[in-house]
Design a protein around this ligand. Structure first.
Ligand code: FEO
Length: 159
């Protein structure tokens, strides 16, 4: 059974994950308009991942006897200076999400809620990958030709 403070914090993270999906969907639109189909495909896959993250939290709150309450999702930016700037923003966003997950773990510990601490471990590990995958693209874009990198990014959508 979730305590009220934990329930509220997890509900906040459901919305944060949906915002991530929304942000990356906005990047899909940007990459498509910037003629980067590979990057658009990469971000499309990322949108799906973020929705899965949101639903994992959603289902956990329900399973633990809580009630999911959805609130407003902020509008994401719609323009970036360049594909590199967009991926830098994605990397920065993932670092922020890592911080949010860390705060949830802290609350779960303060509430002596071991079940939620265990549940959140998946997200702790996932954030290592999320930061890694976005920073890897940043490095590729810094070091390579945009059209080559875009082709490589397009591979992700095929998986
Ligand atoms: Fe849901 Fe990109 O972390």
């Amino acid at each position: 059974m979730l305590g009220k403070r934990m329930e509220d914090a997890l509900n906040g993270q459901v919305v944060a994950e949906l915002y991530s999906a929304y942000l990356y969907l906005s990047m899909v639109a940007y990459f498509e308009s910037a003629n980067c189909p590979g990057a658009a495909g990469w971000m499309r896959a990322q949108v799906q991942e973020e929705f899965v993250h949101a639903m994992k939290l959603f289902d956990f709150v329900n399973e633990q006897g809580g009630r999911v309450i959805l609130t407003v999702i902020d509008a994401p930016p719609s323009e970036w200076e360049s594909p590199l700037a967009a991926f830098e923003a994605a990397y920065k966003h993932e670092q922020k999400v890592t911080g949010l997950i860390g705060e949830l773990v802290e609350i779960a510990k303060q509430e002596n809620d071991g079940v939620t601490v265990d549940f959140l471990q998946w997200f702790v590990n996932e954030q290592v990958e999320e930061e890694e995958s976005t920073s890897e693209v940043v490095e590729k874009l810094k070091g390579g030709e945009l059209s080559d990198v875009d082709k490589q990014l397009g591979q992700r959508a095929l998986k």
